[in-house]
Design a protein around this ligand. Sequence first.
Ligand SMILES: [Zn+2]
Length: 107
Amino acid sequence: MYCSKCGKEGGPGPMCQNCGAPLAAAQSGYPNVQTKKPGGTASMVLGIVSLATCWFPLAAIIAGIVGLVLGIVGKTKGAGGKAIAGIVMSACAIPLAIIMAAIGLTV
Ligand SMILES: [Zn+2]
């Protein structure tokens, strides 16, 4: 929670720990904990896409790698279940696509 008066991290309370000013952000319900976590949803979508396109190994591997990277980035930024779902699905889709290509089950 940032203080609008001194510009420093004001702490978790309703008052700034540095200057004692009321933290306006706290009153306006500034999304501190529930900030949008980028990467999670995109990673999950790409994971689904890469699984769905495992018949097209090139597309699946590209989507899988991007999904995996976005998932890991999202995870490090605090994205939860969606990022993990994206990582898991992407991590499954990449070898699946390679197997599909290897056994010739592709278009
Ligand atoms: Zn302050």
